[in-house]
Each structure stands twice: as structure tokens, then as C-alpha cells.
Design a protein around this ligand. Structure first.
Ligand SMILES: [Zn+2]
Length: 416
């Protein structure tokens, strides 16, 4: 069972070019896509260089054509829609055929199998159900493996704890924020859960937070990646080696581009991840700009998996803060916090205007009692490596609020 779920699908075309042409053929069924791509036939794309000249698809394109302007299936073939959360504008509705629902289930089962889930496991599925794609997608993957889904969804923490005690799940599925909150609650109540894995996604979380969560839960964590536009989460996941996320190259074509010039970057270089789906039917993606920053990792993984890897997501291109002419990513600040003794994993970045000047404050939780040495150390590191000198305020452990879904790191109150 396990081996079969990890196999590349038999339907894959023999070559990358053929697979890309297959997806282009599908896309060209839509008038909207034909106008966008400005080609009449997939045969016009005779090599990877031709493919790289095709225009990028953006979230704005999807929004403009939502719900069915780029749909490449007959309306009767659409069996379900999901929607993006709308955190960065109007929600985008994504149509799914029965084939898409099946592919989503297969890839999710493959992801969870790579994270070690078997038919003997019980998985608490805490992401939202309904319009959001995660809850139902994870549940379908858990069931396909033959494991037991406990579909709590995002209910209150007391209820989550009741199910944790009663059902003894071996896997937790949710956001890193949810896992942190659950872990701290477990520690406070003195419970010893029998979790062996936590599959966490939907937000960017660094190695510092990983260490705290793994310690609190007593379980290995697996970073999982995906978005509504690409079926949902599960298109890439870490294996137990935690050295990047394996992605399914029989179902997707990944490129990394320079976000400014649009040029394709070589393996190992960080840029914006661009995704083309190879078998998606309802709304195939051709060169979709995800805004997520990552690199394609060279070489094989120690686990021996035939699936290639991307790095963990280093942030979103639209997360970038410009402070006194310096470009900063919250993930870079998070990494410095993780390597500073005496600091916890939780922090927030506050930007204000004082006397006509930008000010940068970092509020960060301590991991233990002590003086203000860690604050001075963090300020020094930020000045040295990021060329930005912040004011650092230390807060007691758990001094910042906790979120169940995604944690907001940046509060920009500057006068525009
Ligand atoms: Zn691996």
C-alpha cells in the first residue's frame, strides 16, 4: 500500500516537453487562456526555451477571470469549487473536475505517506473545511491511506484537547501556529500525547519554531506546501530527513525565476516559485507566479526518494519590508532570533514613524529569565547581517498572543 502511494502516476507523459504540451492543449480549450498565451496550438512550443517565453499567469489574472473565465472543462464536468481566503484581495474561485478531486486525493495520500503515515494511524485534521481546500483535502488523503481521520476542523482549543485525550491521535495536521498553541496547552496540562508526526503548513515557520513545537509535542514535524490554485496543500512535503520539500514532478513543473526580470534561475538560487500543472483539468495553471520564494535543491535527498526537492519557503515576495532603504524579510529576522541564546521562537515586527523617520521595533519572547543581553545580541546581529538596527523589547515566555490559524509577524503603522 505504502509503496504504491509513493509511485509516480502511470498516466505521466514520457517526456517533460510532452507533459507541458499536454497541459497547454488543455489550457487552450479556454478562450481566456488562448488570448493570454497568444498561441493556437501546443505544437508551437517545440522546446523548453519556447515554454519559458510564455507569459506568466498571476493571481490578478485568476481574479479577473474568476470563477469560470479560464475554466478548461465543460460546466457539467465541474463537481466542486474551492476558494482562496481572500487575504490579499477578492477571493478566487477554483473549479475542480472529478479527475482533479482524484488527483488531489492521490497527491495528498502520497505526501502523508512520505511523512510516515500508515493505515494504523489516527490523524487529527484541524484545518478549516468548507470553501477552504485544506480540511477536506487532508481528510481525503488520510482516508486513502486507510488511516483514521478525526476531522475536528478549527474548533476551540478545549475541544481539540478533549479529542486529543479521547482519541489519542498519532498525527496532528494543521498550521504551525495551531501546533504551538496545542503544544503549550499540553505542557500546561501535563499530558503526554502519543503523537509521532505533525504535518504543518499554510504559513511560513522557521527552524526556531520547529524546535519549540517538536519539543512540546514530542513529535517530528513535516513542512507541507501548496495553495488552493494548485488543488490545495500537499504538492510538496518534507521527508523525515527535513532537508527540503519533495515535490511531485509527474504532476507539476516547477521553475524558479528572478522576481524582477522574470528570468529562470539555475538550481540552488533563490527566487520566486513558478508552477505549471501537468494533469489539472478544471483550471490548469501555466507558469503561475506563486509569490513564494524558494530554490530548487540540487542533488538527491539522503532518503533516496525519486522526487526532486525545493527549499523551505523563505517568505513571500510581497512580505518584503523596506526600512530606511534596506529590504528585509521576516524569515531572515526569524533565523537570527533562532540562533540567539535566551530568545524564544515568537516575535513581531512593528514599524512606526517618529519625527518623520521610520522606526523598527522587534518584540520577542524570552526563552528563560535573565538580563537584556539577548536583546543587545539580536540588535547587533541585525545590524551586522541585515544592515538594520532595531529597538528590541524582551517579553516574558508566551508574552505575545497566540493565533490558531496563521501568526501575523509584521505590524506596519508607518505614515504613508
Ligand atoms: Zn527525502
Amino acid at each position: 500500500m505504502t509503496t504504491r502511494l509513493l509511485e509516480k502516476t502511470a498516466t505521466t507523459n514520457p517526456s517533460r516537453l510532452k507533459a507541458l504540451q499536454g497541459s497547454l492543449d488543455r489550457a487552450l480549450r479556454s478562450d481566456g487562456y488562448r488570448r493570454k498565451l497568444a498561441i493556437d496550438s501546443a505544437e508551437e512550443i517545440a522546446g523548453i526555451d519556447d515554454f519559458r517565453r510564455l507569459p506568466f499567469l498571476t493571481k490578478d489574472d485568476l481574479r479577473r477571470h474568476s470563477p469560470f473565465g479560464l475554466c478548461c472543462a465543460d460546466e457539467r464536468e465541474i463537481v466542486r469549487v474551492h476558494s482562496t481566503s481572500g487575504t490579499t484581495g477578492d477571493p478566487v474561485v477554483i473549479p475542480y473536475t472529478a479527475g482533479d478531486v482524484e488527483t488531489f486525493t492521490t497527491l495528498m495520500a502520497r505526501a502523508l505517506t512520505l511523512a510516515g503515515m500508515t493505515d494504523g494511524d489516527r490523524a487529527m485534521v484541524t484545518p478549516g473545511y468548507g470553501l477552504w481546500t485544506a480540511g477536506i483535502g487532508f481528510q481525503a488523503g488520510v482516508e486513502r491511506i486507510g488511516a483514521c481521520a478525526i476531522p475536528t476542523g478549527p474548533i476551540a482549543m478545549e475541544m481539540q484537547m478533549a479529542f486529543l485525550r479521547k482519541m489519542a491521535p498519532t498525527f496532528l495536521i494543521g498550521t504551525a501556529s495551531m501546533a504551538l498553541l496545542l503544544g503549550e496547552t499540553i505542557a500546561r496540562e501535563g499530558i503526554r500525547p502519543c503523537l509521532k508526526g505533525a504535518v504543518l503548513g499554510a504559513e511560513q515557520w522557521g527552524e526556531g519554531r520547529r524546535a519549540v513545537i517538536e519539543d512540546l509535542l514530542g513529535a517530528r514535524t513535516y513542512d507541507i506546501y501548496g495553495m488552493t490554485e494548485t488543488y490545495g496543500p500537499g504538492i510538496a512535503i518534507e521527508c523525515p530527513h527535513q532537508q527540503g520539500l519533495h515535490y511531485w514532478d509527474d504532476l507539476f513543473h516547477f521553475e524558479v525565476i528572478d522576481p524582477v526580470t522574470g528570468d529562470v534561475l539555475p538550481e540552488g538560487e533563490t527566487g520566486e516559485l513558478v508552477i505549471t500543472t501537468l494533469v489539472k483539468e478544471g483550471l490548469p495553471l501555466i507558469r503561475y507566479r506563486t509569490r513564494d520564494l524558494a530554490s530548487i535543491l540540487p542533488g538527491p535527498c539522503p532518503c533516496g526518494s525519486p522526487y526532486p526537492r525545493i527549499s523551505r519557503i523563505a517568505g513571500r515576495s510581497d512580505d518584503m519590508i523596506t526600512y530606511r532603504g534596506v529590504n528585509l524579510f521576516p524569515s531572515a529576522i526569524e533565523a537570527l532570533i533562532a540562533e540567539t541564546d535566551g530568545l524564544g521562537s515568537e516575535f513581531r515586527i512593528v514599524l512606526t514613524t517618529e519625527g518623520g523617520k521610520d522606526c523598527l521595533d522587534i518584540e520577542v519572547e524570552r526563552s528563560c529569565d535573565g538580563g537584556d543581553g539577548p536583546a543587545r545580541e539580536l540588535a547587533r546581529k541585525m545590524k551586522m547581517t541585515l544592515s538594520a538596527l532595531p529597538r528590541v523589547t524582551l517579553l516574558p515566555p508566551q508574552g505575545l498572543g497566540r493565533e490558531m490559524k496563521k501568526t501575523r509577524r509584521v505590524y506596519d503603522h508607518r505614515t504613508k
